[in-house]
Design a protein around this ligand. Structure first.
Ligand code: ZN
Ligand code: ZN
Length: 317
């Protein structure tokens, strides 16, 4: 989405102006999103000095559906995770569910890094990247933190580190290699393997030099809220179960004033993903803030017994 997208604060202000009822909850998350965005470039610089970098992109692996960070050695990430925790934990402690576990979280994330020793923070990052719920539960148990609290905090500590890795690994001007047509066809993230928190449909693009429309718009992109990546996805296909065809994907939206905000849900597996059609609004919203700003639709989905493609703290009712 690059630099042209709105700040989290701006997108949240837009949402609050239209849906004041969401103000209290969005206000508590605004500092978290803003701090995370602010951390990414600093962490990228720090990670660069350690020599740690993204694994090289391999087309064949991507074509067969293996995310870039699958099997990535995480040894060496602990200092960046500690740095991220120093900034993010005090903000997380403002959350009611997190506050009672402040001491245990500090003990876990802020302990000093011991060279050559196995690091629980790195094990945690590994468990998240491999989607290993068993390993994750074991870490939570040993550190005395309820798994759902650790998951919530870990998202905000690991996320800026992964975003920094992506940010320093690929230059802004180039297209990401996984964006090349036909390379990545999965509903989960090509970089970290997580399911998307939100989807967006793009606008028609104007070729600046030749002044003609080079793309008709309406292409679907999925957004990963963990590592910040975006990737193209076929519109008629379910990102969760992979089924496609007439009547597989349905749209749920408010009858008026939706401004392109809707849920795309699958009639086969009943999963849904919030989606924003940029052709129906101005500007490019901050996608992580936008996903939170659509929680009124998460409630509608919950009543209809649909399940979120990416469970988040605000859609687990
Ligand atoms: Zn990702
Ligand atoms: Zn499905």
């Amino acid at each position: 989405m690059g630099s042209s997208c709105q700040s989290a604060a701006r997108t949240m202000a837009d949402v609050i102006a239209r849906r004041p009822v969401l103000e209290p909850v969005l206000r508590t998350f605004e500092p978290l999103l803003e701090a995370r965005d602010g951390l990414v470039s600093r962490l990228a610089e720090e990670i660069r000095t350690t020599g740690f970098h993204l694994p090289a992109f391999q087309r064949e692996r991507a074509v067969s559906g293996v995310p870039l960070m699958a099997d990535m050695p995480v040894t060496g990430l602990a200092p960046a995770m500690r740095h991220a925790a120093e900034i993010m934990l005090p903000l997380l402690f403002a959350q009611q569910v997190v506050a009672p576990h402040a001491a245990a979280l500090e003990e876990f994330f802020l302990r000093s890094v011991e060279e050559g020793k196995a690091d629980a923070r790195e094990n945690l990052a590994e468990a998240m990247l491999n989607g290993s719920t068993e390993a994750f539960a074991g870490i939570a148990d040993r550190s005395g933190i309820p798994p759902e609290v650790l998951a919530f905090a870990a998202d905000f500590v690991v996320s800026p580190v992964l975003r920094a890795l992506v940010w320093q690994g690929v230059s802004e001007e180039e297209d990401f290699p996984w964006e090349e047509e036909g390379v990545w066809r999965e509903g989960y993230c090509p970089v970290c393997g997580t399911f998307p928190s939100i989807a967006w449909l793009d606008r028609p693009s104007l070729d600046e030099k030749n002044a003609y429309l080079s793309g008709g718009g309406g292409k679907k992109h999925l957004h990963c809220s963990l590592c910040g990546s975006n990737w193209k996805f076929r519109r008629g296909v379910c990102p969760s179960c992979g089924k496609e065809g007439d009547g597989v994907m349905e749209i749920l939206r408010e009858s008026s004033g939706a401004r392109g905000e809707r849920l795309d849900w699958c009639t086969q597996c009943k999963s849904y993903c919030p989606t924003v059609d940029l052709r129906e609004r101005e500007g490019i919203p901050h996608m992580d803030a936008m996903a939170m700003g659509m929680m009124h639709l998460d409630m509608v989905a919950s009543h209809r017994k649909l399940r979120p493609l990416k469970p988040s703290f605000w859609n687990m009712f």
